[in-house]
Design a protein around this ligand. Structure first.
Ligand SMILES: [Zn+2]
Length: 385
């Protein structure tokens, strides 16, 4: 079915202005209050005229409900992004540079930019406001702006069940080309290994000691690290231990992570870690070990034929974007949404080199993202999901 496309286009200057306002407000994980107040200010300006309602939940997440317009069903579409930014992110000074007819927004190189995820939030907010002002077709929309995404999705995990009662969710929080639909993400497990030996004076009686760092070294050598297979990665990120050069250390602690898409392979790799510990400890009588692991989020896969995904592909076609599917090896709030029964996918927020001092975004990418949101709203107003 072909429909009249958007009558007017989102003004890139408005979008840029909003984005710059957003990144200038500090919002570290757990310290999103000022930024949330800014968003509430923007929403409450529109609330009386357009019937928006909003609330902040126990996790500090901001939930905004936007009534539908010309919708052919009563399904709710969630549009989401996170409010927090990784450090260093205090007093961000964005720098706008004109390059070949486009503008690139970067930081002054002393902080991250905060485009992760504010280059997702700005297009969502401006597109929804634009749709309200121009009375464009849209389903009932719920905006979910989360806290503490960067600390293992802590904000999303505190969302109330009612907030997740919706038909489909689209989270704008990835790097890369617009139109790429991320419908698979891994399980993420953090683990800690304690290698225990015996402390003695290193010069006087070394033969009576059991060096925990040597124990840990032998363990590391036998672990499957890096890309374990096509579905799985494993990393040791910390090795700590020791008290002085003249003491044989009695404790070394390894901390790492395991990510993967296949539960049976993750179980196998966890078992492998335990087997390595037992094996190495047996070669060093008197040593002992501890192993603890904690899954921080769970893998998901949303089917490529889900009506919400089909609607997205239709919207992409309509705006001239080529849609394709991708599996990410990172987590996002969408891991929580899908686990708790709300199917959803992740789209690009256009940012480049996230979490680095070189983090940046093109204005053209943000504008495209906002236009895409408008077409998504139109499509989801007409097609059930
Ligand atoms: Zn992010």
């Amino acid at each position: 079915m072909s429909r009249v496309s958007t009558p007017v286009e989102i003004n890139p200057e408005t979008l840029l202005h909003t984005f710059l306002e957003m990144v200038r407000i500090d919002s570290p994980s757990g310290g999103e209050d000022a930024f949330r107040e800014y968003l509430i200010g923007r929403v409450s300006e529109k609330a009386p005229a357009y019937g928006l309602t909003y609330h902040v939940d126990a996790g500090g997440n901001l939930i905004v409900d936007v009534p539908g317009c010309q919708a052919r069903h009563d399904r709710v579409l969630v549009l989401s992004g996170h409010m927090d930014v990784v450090p260093p992110c205090h007093n961000i000074q964005p720098v706008v540079e004109s390059v070949a007819g486009d503008r690139i927004i970067a930081s002054d190189n002393t902080t991250v930019l905060g485009a992760d995820d504010k280059s997702g939030l700005a297009p969502i907010l401006e597109a929804v406001f634009f749709a309200l002002e121009h009375q464009l077709p849209r389903p009932a929309v719920r905006l979910i702006f989360t806290t503490r995404e960067e600390t293992a999705l802590a904000g999303a995990k505190e969302l109330a069940d009612e907030s997740l009662q919706a038909g489909f969710a689209i989270t704008f929080d990835h790097t890369g080309k617009q139109g790429v639909i991320i419908n698979q993400a891994p399980t993420y497990i953090e683990f800690e290994i304690e290698c225990r030996g015996k402390s003695v004076h290193a010069g006087i009686m070394p033969e009576q000691g059991l060096n925990a760092i040597v124990f840990a070294g032998k363990v590391i050598e036998k672990l499957h690290l890096g890309r374990v297979d096509a579905d799985t990665t494993c990393n040791i990120g910390f090795l700590t231990g020791g008290k002085a050069t003249n003491i044989v250390p009695d404790l070394a602690v390894l901390r790492g992570e395991l990510r993967g898409h296949a539960p049976e392979i993750l179980a196998r790799e966890l078992a492998h870690i335990e087997a390595v510990l037992a094996e190495v400890s047996a070669t060093m009588p008197g040593t002992s070990y501890g192993f603890t692991q904690q899954p921080l989020f769970d893998a998901y896969r949303v089917d490529e034929t889900h009506p919400g995904v089909l609607n997205l592909m239709q919207a992409a076609r309509q705006i001239g974007l080529e849609s394709s599917f991708m599996r990410t090896n990172g987590g996002s709030d969408n891991n929580v949404f899908v686990k708790r029964g709300l199917p959803g996918v992740v789209l690009s927020a256009g940012y480049m080199e996230p979490h680095s001092l070189k983090e940046r975004v093109r204005l053209s990418e943000m504008t495209l993202c906002a236009q895409f949101v408008l077409v998504i709203l139109d499509t989801f107003a007409h097609e059930p999901f």
